[in-house]
Design a protein around this ligand. Structure first.
Ligand code: ATP
Ligand code: MG
Length: 900
């Protein structure tokens, strides 16, 4: 059965169920905003607000096939049969509707119903439902629904079968459905043998309220949830390879074509029976998996980078590229392999086709970049290897020198060299690697990453304070779109994250009001500034955030009086000028984005933005630098849009309506609001999903002055601009500079360029002239230096200092002095320069001198230790340097002794 058919049957089983129809919800982006998650890693993630009670579900039941990324599984890829970094999770969800019996019945029906009748036709004889040890309710339901004997229902400990989010909140027992794949994959009833007793569907019975979670098996249950929920996840790939009779998830109809293409490219055979075939098979699987995952990530808006999501993408891409290389293919591989994955995945995710140009450009740029560091890294490796061999004495040749763990780590960390590549190269070069040292540096790095992750989790725990406020008082009446001032009542006051009654003069705290006109930072727009007055005092608003959806929190400083429980009524007042500036900047961002797409084409897509009064910046996915002409054109198109005085308006609609309308949906969106807000400027010219505050007409932006365009990491560019009065101020500053220059150069603005060009030319020729004079002056001394030659055993010896001379000058002088001594007289000339607090030394020996066995190189070598440096060279001319200028005279006095 094809993957597409499995997907269809799953969705239909739930959506078209006559007794319990489920709403079919499309997959959310992999990049849903969640402080705990880098990527969506399960089907339930987009529904979290419903499970957490932060939002009311618009439907009692839902079903979805959700894109997932699980980065912790990267090491498993290709080694187990069942782990992909990307996979799709089919799920059904109940929000306070059916519970255990419903979930178990629905799942069992689908998997055991005959294929001819629309099911998956699994043989009951090999299916093993598992329950949480002690969940007798689940056991009896399983028995009732399936009629299976008791020993086929497996009881597993909490580590396996208790689900929570790792934080206080909902939790509950699970039932995993396992399928026995036979003794070839592990021992009888060894439930830990994941490839034998393969879990392909997990049913989570969300029934408990947890007050603390210390580990997977150590948590406190505070009570039962008032509304019990169902969350299930069935691995689409796992079911596909089971039903397709294949060994693993990389061999399904959707993934395998990439392996076939890689076989064609590399000339190696997947599943061959040769010496390195097992290793090669893992490489094939890694390639197929990683190509698909990276493509899906790029499609959802990730670009390769050095941290967070971008780093994951980079790692996946590089691992894929290297593995293709290890299979023996040296040319750029992504342009060959990714389209194969696109053709398969594009059947479901059509944006892979419509957005292909951008996706493949990002991928190719990363491959180009890696091919470059691959070279630089190889050089670093060669240098280190060379040094190691040199340091090795002749007697130790039998022992293989060891490359330090630090070098291997540097190669890994800076040049993206995975350790096994370094190991392989080392073996070829006759070296070993201090793997232990490398691993401990890696562990250190991982520990740091874990500590970061823990710190992040902590933030989440703190949110419970805000969630409590929201639960008790409901959402803030948020008036930012309609007014700049409100009369408000007090909801809560916090200090240091804890409720408090009083805030003294000068102190900072967090104030929650029932109603507010303040814009909370979001969508790239900074928070409003302003003041909040109360009877007997005044607060300055320092920041405004929305820590949980629906709740606006003002960070305030008491600037007047003292905030006590007596203050119950507040007058909240946004700073008008600030807000006007913010509106200009935010609308300006939309205008620049539209202009960008007009000039560069629709594949230029915003990847991030920031705007504050008077200033905006916009990051967008684009791999080349813009030409000055393009930048100018973007500015021109933007300002034409201001001049055209386009109307700005907004409307609420469903996400699919918004997409039909052509609104640009930037990644990171959730659909837990049934309505999204679309802001348009000039009708279809600019339509974006946006919650920001905007001007009413484009002309109110005043002006847009683009100040620059630059790279911000691989595949991303940044454009910056000033808006409104700041734009004029920027231009005024430039005019000021021009004014000062014209004064200084005594010319008109029009003549400025010629005048400066002229000056630069004159400066250049003056510098040349000075150089000539300098050399002439230096050489003028050559005669008198030559005259000071002393005779040592019939050799004319000259050693002299050239004050202020650097390497080139010293050499010129030395050659000149040598030329002044009769050719038949053996001679040695050593000149030492001291420019830039460094010693430059040149020695030269003429032919007659060399006939006496004197070598220029010996002189430089002998002086090097005295001068604190090194050097060497040929017999007739040698050069060196040093750091110890004070030792020059000592070196000079040594020269005659070196002749004897
Ligand atoms: P495993 O123990 O096999 O790693 P899991 O317990 O992590 O599985 P769940 O978190 O319960 O799995 O996810 C629900 C379903 O999603 C699983 O039953 C499986 O079918 C699928 N799944 C989980 N992780 C992966 C993965 N890395 N690749 C493919 N499918 C997966
Ligand atoms: Mg897992």
């Amino acid at each position: 059965m094809s993957t597409a058919e499995i997907r269809r049957r799953f969705t239909s089983h739930f959506a078209d169920n006559p007794a319990l129809p489920h709403t079919a919800v499309p997959s959310a982006s992999l990049l849903l905003d969640d402080p705990n998650l880098l990527f969506v890693n399960a089907g339930m993630v987009p529904f979290k607000p419903y499970f957490l009670g932060q939002a009311t579900p618009p439907f009692p039941r839902a079903t979805s096939v959700q894109k997932c990324i699980r980065t912790p599984d990267i090491e498993e890829v290709g080694k187990t049969t069942r782990h992909g970094t990307f996979f799709e999770m089919c799920g059904n969800f109940s929000f306070g509707d059916y519970f255990k019996e419903g979930a178990i019945t629905l799942a069992w029906e689908l998997i055991t119903k005959a294929i001819a009748d629309g099911g998956f036709g699994f043989d009951e004889a090999v299916l093993y439902p598992s329950v949480l040890d002690g969940d007798e309710e689940a056991v009896s339901i399983w028995r009732k629904v399936t009629g299976l004997p008791d020993d086929r229902i497996v009881r597993l400990p909490p580590k396996e079968n208790y689900w929570s989010m790792g934080i206080p909140g909902p939790g509950g027992p699970c039932s995993e459905i396992l399928i026995d794949r036979g003794p070839a994959y592990g021992a009888d009833r060894d439930w830990d043998a994941g490839d034998r007793y393969l879990e392909f569907w997990n049913l989570v019975f969300m029934q408990d309220e947890l007050s603390a979670v210390r580990s997977k098996s150590d948590f406190d249950i505070a009570g039962q949830l008032p509304k019990k929920n169902i969350d299930t996840g069935m691995g689409l790939e796992r079911v596909a390879y089971l039903l397709q009779g294949r060994n693993n998830m990389y061999e399904t109809d959707v993934v395998f074509p990439v392996i076939e293409k890689a076989e064609a490219l590399t000339g190696k055979k997947y599943g061959a029976r040769g010496a390195d075939s097992a290793a090669n098979d893992v490489r094939f699987r890694v390639v197929a998996d990683h190509i698909r995952s990276s493509m899906m990530l790029i499609s959802d808006g990730v670009t390769p980078g050095n941290e967070g999501r971008g780093y994951v993408l980079r790692r996946l891409l590089r691992r894929a590229i290297r593995n293709v290389r290890l299979l023996g293919y040296e040319d750029p591989a992504l342009p060959e392999l990714m389209p194969v994955s696109r053709d398969k995945m594009g059947e479901t995710y059509t944006e892979l086709h419509s957005d292909w140009e951008r996706i493949i450009r990002v991928a190719n740029a990363e491959e180009d970049a890696f091919r470059k560091t691959l070279q630089a890294g190889t050089q670093i490796f060669d240098l280190a290897a060379g040094a190691l061999r040199q340091a090795q004495g002749p007697g130790q040749a039998a022992e293989r020198p060891q490359m330090s763990g630090a070098t291997a780590f540097q190669l890994h960390d800076t040049y993206g060299f995975p350790i096994d590549l370094t190991l392989e190269m080392a073996a070829e070069a006759g070296l070993t690697v201090d793997e232990q040292g490398f691993r401990s540096l890696m562990t250190e790095q991982r520990e740091r990453a874990k500590a970061d992750a823990r710190a992040k989790k902590g933030q989440h725990a703190d949110l419970s304070v805000y969630r409590d406020i929201l639960d008790t008082n409901g959402p803030t009446d948020w008036q930012a779109y309609t007014t700049l001032e409100t009369e408000s009542g007090r909801i809560a006051l916090l200090s240091g994250g804890k409720p408090t009654d009083v805030l003294g003069n000068g102190e900072i705290g967090e104030l929650v009001l029932d109603r507010t006109p303040f814009y909370a930072e979001s969508g790239g727009q900074v928070a409003d500034a302003g003041i909040i007055e109360f009877d007997g005092g005044r607060l300055e608003v320092v920041d405004v955030q929305r820590p949980v959806k629906g709740l606006v929190v003002h960070q305030v400083r008491v600037v007047d009086g003292e905030l006590t429980p007596a203050a119950k009524h507040f007058h909240a007042q946004v700073d008008q000028d600030w807000r006007i500036g913010a509106r200009q900047a935010h609308s300006g961002t939309h205008v620049v984005h539209a202009a960008l797409r007009e000039v560069l084409g629709p594949t230029a897509l915003q990847s991030g933005s920031y705007n504050r009064p008077g200033y905006l910046r916009l990051d967008f996915g684009w791999t080349q630098g813009l030409t000055p002409g393009q930048v100018k054109e973007i500015e021109e198109v933007s300002n034409n849009a201001l001049r055209a005085d386009l109307p700005v308006s907004w409307d609420y609609m469903t996400l699919s309506q918004a997409k039909d309308w052509g609104a640009i949906a930037l990644f990171g969106e959730t659909y837990d609001d049934s309505k999204v807000r679309v802001v348009e400027i000039g009708g279809p010219w600019s339509r974006e999903l946006c919650g920001g505050t905007h001007v009413d007409h484009s002309s109110q932006i005043g002006t847009i002055v683009v100040t620059g365009e630059a790279s911000v990491g691989s595949g991303n560019r940044r454009i910056e601009a000033f808006t409104g009065v700041e734009g004029f101020r920027y231009l005024a500053r430039e005019r000021d500079v021009v004014g000062q220059l014209t004064d200084l150069l005594k010319t008109q603005p029009d003549g400025l360029l010629d005048r400066v060009g002229d000056l630069v030319e004159r400066l250049k020729s003056a510098e040349k002239e000075i150089e000539k004079v300098r050399v002439a002056q230096l050489l003028a001394n050559a005669g008198s230096i030559a005259e000071k030659a002393i005779d040592v055993d019939g050799v004319a010896v000259i050693a002299a200092r050239a004050s202020g001379a650097g390497g080139n000058d010293v050499r010129t002088l030395a050659m000149d002095v040598r030329g002044r001594i009769p050719a038949d007289r053996p001679s040695v000339v050593v000149i030492l320069g001291d420019a830039d607090e460094k010693v430059a030394v040149v020695a030269t020996v003429n032919e007659a001198g060399r006939a006496r066995g004197l070598k220029a190189g010996d002189f430089v070598k002998a002086l090097a230790p005295v001068l604190g440096g090194r050097g060497g060279g040929k017999d007739d001319l040698a050069q060196g340097g040093g750091t110890d200028v004070a030792k020059i005279d000592e070196a000079i006095s040594l020269v005659p002794t070196l002749v004897r």
